[in-house]
Design a protein around this ligand. Structure first.
Ligand code: AMP
Length: 214
């Protein structure tokens, strides 16, 4: 099974992808995570991407498609892939078709998480993660049970993404509306698009995804 999770920043793509990984042993392919790792490691890709990401703009199509191709190359062919944050433009969607064909895969579902943009700014500007295990938290909606200690691994180190501020979030949303939403019609013509209410609780969104994937 190969699926694309689509939706503006903060829609819950990463949260839901992590659950699908646990539940279905699929692999999450998040170009955002790959780019952040490249920035942290100071690779040539990271050096090129850093400023673009801080502005909330899109990194070049060639870079992200090459990242996805390399990840798929390294995966067992029978393991399902969740594309999280990719494709984000029409050229990326075209590249994905070629990459999938080359790896003998086909796209089963494109799932769009629908959300209210003002609520998203509130969601995103409060979010942070455990620096050790990546578990997600929120200043207002989901604090660790013991203040300052990760529920899952006990770490006391947390981090916030540098692009999770209001100005950058608004830019990222604008990029989504202008460049990413227009990739949907092609998938709609193929009858593989489903829409899920991304403002529902994490559990309800997960149930809706299960119903689509079953
Ligand atoms: P994300 O973690 O998906 O919100 O991505 C964070 C940032 O990484 C985005 O705002 C872009 O600057 C960059 N990025 C991630 N995925 C892509 C992609 N598929 N195409 C272009 N830029 C991307």
């Amino acid at each position: 099974m190969n699926i694309i999770l689509l939706g503006p920043p903060g829609a819950g793509k990463g949260t839901q992808a992590a659950r699908l990984v646990d539940h279905y042993k699929m692999r999450q392919l998040s170009t955002g995570d790959m780019l952040r790792a490249a920035v942290k490691a100071g690779t040539p890709v990271g050096l090129q991407a850093k400023a673009v990401m801080e502005r909330g703009e899109l990194v070049s199509d060639e870079i992200v498609s090459a990242l996805i191709d390399a990840e798929l190359e390294a995966m067992p062919p029978e393991q399902g892939a969740i594309f999280d944050g990719y494709p984000r433009t029409k050229p990326q969607a075209a590249s994905l078709e070629q990459i999938l064909a080359r790896h003998g895969r086909k796209l089963d579902h494109v799932i769009e998480l629908e959300v209210n943009e003002d609520a998203l700014v509130d969601r995103i500007t409060g979010r942070y993660t455990c620096a050790n295990c990546g578990t997600g938290y929120h200043d207002r909606y989901h604090q660790p049970k013991v203040a300052g200690v990760c529920d899952k691994c006990g770490s006391t180190e947390f981090k916030r993404r540098p692009d999770d501020n209001e100005e950058t979030v608004r830019m990222r949303m604008q990029e989504y509306r202008a460049k990413t939403a227009p990739i949907l019609p092609v998938y709609e013509e193929r009858g593989i698009v489903s829409r899920v209410d991304g403002m529902a609780s994490i559990g309800d969104v997960a149930d809706a995804l299960d119903a689509i994937l079953k």
